[in-house]
Design a protein around this ligand. Structure first.
Ligand SMILES: [Zn+2]
Length: 226
């Protein structure tokens, strides 16, 4: 055993993976290694440690192509030659993997959204989070002024509006727009309520986030809000 400062709980976790999931999924891993991946779904979500898409959607290896960043945002299409991680992930998902669905997954208690709301000091060039979160200005405008609204309620509205605005930004990418218009790619907005584990999906007609599998959730957990 080499001397290492690698965290022990990660080693323990890998041991559990070896004896559990890897054992049961070994054939699938081998097949994926030989044939390559062909996930049908891309998920764009927050880095937040409570919102791993693979866990929430109980995904098997090879099922989800995931891009995560602070608050799960997508900057609008900007072909300026800069190194753009989200654009590169998106291009690969759409053009190489030919995913059929892109799910933008927001979540409750998002630290990035809260930072945008609470941190109003002028941005310095080294304020990476501040500059990144300025991407949600259109969502904040869509929600309107907070007024007397309780902070939690306002944050929820902004978190959900941010997901909807990210779908708009996705449509600024020509490769996305053309496939959506041809019916070969569908965009979805989803929202995960961390405390109670409720999952909401945006109804494209009404624009409202509607809880899915609500009956099953209520049967198992009762009905706390989010
Ligand atoms: Zn977040």
């Amino acid at each position: 055993m080499p001397t290492t400062s690698f965290p022990q709980h990660l080693i323990d976790g890998y041991r559990a993976f070896l004896g559990g999931r890897l054992r049961s999924e070994q054939d699938r891993y081998r097949e994926l290694a030989e044939a390559g991946q062909s996930p049908e779904v891309m998920v764009i979500s927050c880095c937040d440690s409570r919102c791993a898409p693979e866990t929430i959607f109980n995904a098997r290896p090879g099922e989800l192509f995931v891009a995560r960043n602070i608050s799960g945002l997508v900057p609008p299409y900007t072909p300026d030659g800069a190194t753009r991680a989200v654009s590169a992930s998106l291009e690969f998902a759409v053009k190489a993997l030919k995913v059929k669905h892109i799910v933008v997954l927001g979540h409750a208690q998002c630290g990035g959204i809260r930072a945008y709301v609470e941190d109003s000091k002028p941005l310095s060039p080294g304020d990476f989070i501040g500059h990144w979160m300025s991407l949600i200005e259109p969502a904040a405008k869509a929600v309107g002024p907070r007024g007397d609204m309780p902070l939690d309620e306002y944050l929820t509205k902004l978190e959900q509006a941010s997901v909807a605005a990210t779908l708009d930004n996705l449509m600024t990418f020509p490769c996305v727009k053309i496939l959506v218009e041809r019916g070969k790619l569908t965009l979805h907005a989803a929202y995960f309520g961390v405390a109670a584990g409720r999952l909401f999906v945006r109804d494209s007609a009404s624009g409202q986030f509607v809880q899915i599998a609500a009956n099953e959730h209520a049967k198992i957990f009762g009905t706390p809000r989010f």
